[in-house]
Design a protein around this ligand. Structure first.
Ligand code: ADP
Length: 259
């Protein structure tokens, strides 16, 4: 990943982030937020300074996965103090709206809030800011690419053909706004059986690798269906599991190294 020192632009002065990485998918429910949060945690465990921004304003699930709640404080300088997961600053629309409250965004509001999250949050000095993107549309990618240089994007898909077609859309969307594709991640790539540690193919496996080759983008690796990971996400203990469970963490560490 090329390390960018982010040049101050209007409204974004003073951002000290070396690399901004977007995590996107063509559709929801493929595990994009899980991958974004685990990628951030893996990179942090390798010793980098990492922040996590949940730009999935339609369905912010990062607070849930990491078990974070509370309202961000506003500093004297009128900047947003992020909520922290250990040392990691995290910002999400989920901290600003009530749980289960539907948020209806019109274009300008969406752009405004994304820019505010990025530019007005007290991120501090970071090596990486991982951004969990809303699935599908190119709007937010365009807004972000106009605000800061983006080091690249990671596209998450499942092995099933339909999700792969959606992933192709996500890739062409990033390409349209000139955001480099760092690579594809195949999530739910086989089922990791807790009883014997073997991985079984349920939805098939390897589809993303083949598609990545065809589309001339790197394949970063696969993450099996892991019951421990699902329970961790539901209980808000993803950070804890990523810190302590070697088996759960290994595939993500491999992906983070490839990024
Ligand atoms: P998205 O952001 O694409 O909508 P999420 O990351 O919120 O998807 O994941 C959807 C659900 O699937 C969550 O309950 C999450 O815990 C679960 N999940 C995601 N990836 C895995 C995995 N590899 N193994 C087990 N459960 C997973």
């Amino acid at each position: 990943v090329p390390h960018h020192r982010i040049a101050p632009r209007s409204g974004q002065a003073g951002l000290k982030i070396k690399s901004v990485i977007l995590v996107g998918s063509g559709k929801g429910g493929v595990g994009k937020s899980t991958v974004a949060a685990s990628l951030a945690l893996s990179l942090q465990q390798f010793g980098s300074r990492v922040g996590l921004m949940d730009a999935d304003v339609y369905g912010p699930s990062v607070p849930q996965l990491l078990g974070l709640e509370g309202r961000p404080a506003i500093t004297e300088a009128k900047r947003i103090e992020p909520i922290r997961c250990g040392d990691m600053p995290v910002m999400s629309m989920g901290f600003l709206v009530e749980r289960d409250q539907a948020v209806i965004w019109r274009g300008p509001m969406l752009h405004g809030s994304i820019n505010q999250f990025l530019g007005e949050t007290e991120w501090g000095e970071l090596d990486y800011l991982i951004i969990d993107m809303p699935p599908g549309t190119g709007d937010v990618a365009l807004t972000l690419s106009q605000a800061v240089p983006i080091a690249g994007s990671v596209v998450v898909c499942t092995p099933q053909e339909v999700a792969l077609l959606d992933a192709i859309k996500a890739i062409s969307m990033f390409r349209k706004v000139n955001i480099p594709i760092l690579g594809m991640v195949e999530n739910m790539s086989g089922f990791l059986c807790p009883d014997n540690g073997k991985t079984y193919d349920i939805f098939g496996r390897g589809g993303a690798r083949a598609k990545a080759e065809e589309l001339d983008v790197p394949f970063l690796g696969g993450l099996p269906i892991d019951i421990g990971l699902r329970i961790a996400g539901d209980e808000g203990r993803l950070a804890e599991v990523m810190a302590n469970d070697e088996q759960a963490r290994a595939p993500m560490d491999k992906i983070a190294r490839a990024v």
